[in-house]
Write a protein that binds this ligand. Structure first.
Ligand code: UT7
Length: 321
């Protein structure tokens, strides 16, 4: 039996932290008090205007490869989850492949499932590895959401940040990814979206992120509990065997609600939303890498990832380390 295990992680945050007060100084009609109380966010990072997702991804990828103790020549699959690619095409994954200098016996493509993108990408890579067609995948979440923010819309611009996280997922005879559950309901696509597109050399429509925050909040609390139970049932493991929850980092109140509904104390939940903001597809691998590097997540432990975002698309994965 071939399983897929996470062999190493890496992440990257561009520039210095931008605090809530920094946003006020930049002219956003908000306050540190409001942002902290409603979201738990205290700071986020923004990439320089000429830095693309692929550059953030590349740094995170190099760190993950080093942590996994392999070389770029061992990678035969690159999947990047992003909703803010450098270009419409080619994929960000091909740019990462070229940046790493990986030879052409490697498949590379992007996955677009917005804030749940990393879980979708991990699920995809796991299936490649379990099929035996590929042995070692780089799975990356990388975003420059700052490019999509309307600075006159205080209900969204204070929430997001830029960054990248990566894992090396490799074939193993020991179980790693125990179960994955993915869902989507496109009938909700208007609650969180960037309505614009490029056509005839022009941006047509609204090129900024728009969100009905309360609708997304209510949906998130409901489906994240359901999918967490689903993935536990699929894996056939006891609920109390979960050592860590590494959730998508959108709002501390959503994270606390999910943890409570799962009976998990907050000491078992990795939270980085306070210092990263919402980095969409990058948020789970960024949080994971923090908790591995500071020694909280250790070999032998069981970890749940879960996320929800535009689409809406949501999912969860249960991983043994
Ligand atoms: O990553 C994808 C998944 N996304 C999410 O999970 C996001 C889910 N939603 C949320 O996290 C929350 O709904 C938000 C943080 C976006 C908003 O929090 P809320 O408690 O739902 O606030 P609200 O939208 O109901 O707004 C409450 C008030 C409004 O003022 P009035 O109408 O009560 O006078 C807003 O105008 O807060 C005001 N407001 C702000 N005030 C200061 C909205 N944004 C701000 C702001 N600063 N940045």
């Amino acid at each position: 039996m071939i399983y897929a295990r996470i062999a190493g992680t890496g992440s990257y945050l561009p520039g210095e932290p931008i605090t809530n007060d920094d946003l006020v100084k930049r002219g956003v009609d908000t306050s540190d008090e409001w942002i902290t109380a409603r979201t738990g966010i205290r700071a986020r990072h923004f990439a320089a205007p000429d830095t693309g997702s692929s550059e953030l991804a590349l740094v995170a990828a190099r760190r993950a490869i080093e942590a996994a103790g392999c070389t770029v020549d061992d990678i035969d699959l690159v999947i990047v989850a992003t909703s803010t690619p450098d270009f419409i095409f080619p994929s960000t994954a091909t740019l990462v492949q070229a940046g790493l200098g990986i030879e052409n016996n490697c498949a590379a493509f992007d996955v677009q499932a917005v804030c749940c993108g990393f879980v979708y990408a991990l699920a995809t890579a796991e299936k490649f590895i379990r099929s035996g067609s590929h042995r070692r995948a780089l799975v990356i979440g990388a975003e420059v959401f700052s490019r999509l923010l309307d600075w006159t819309d205080r209900s969204t611009c204070v929430l997001f940040g830029d960054g990248a996280g990566a894992v090396v997922l490799e074939a193993s005879d020991k179980p790693g990814v125990r179960a994955v559950a993915l869902h989507a309901d496109g009938s909700h696509h208007l609650v969180l979206w960037v309505p614009g597109h490029v056509s005839g050399g022009l941006v047509t429509g609204d090129p900024f992120l728009r969100m009905h925050g309360q609708t997304v909040f209510k949906l998130a609390v409901k489906v994240l509990e359901e999918v967490a139970h689903e993935v536990i049932d699929l894996a056939g493991v006891p609920q109390d065997s979960i050592d860590w929850l590494v959730p998508h980092q959108a709002n501390i109140r959503i994270i606390q609600s999910t943890a409570k509904r799962l009976g998990l104390p907050m000491e078992k939940v990795v939270t980085t939303v306070d210092v990263h903001g919402n980095t969409s597809a990058a948020s789970i691998p960024l949080a994971l890498d923090c908790a591995i590097r500071d020694g909280r997540i250790r070999p032998g432990q069981r970890v749940m990832f879960e996320g929800i975002g535009g689409g809406v698309a949501w999912g969860a994965a249960l991983i043994d380390f």
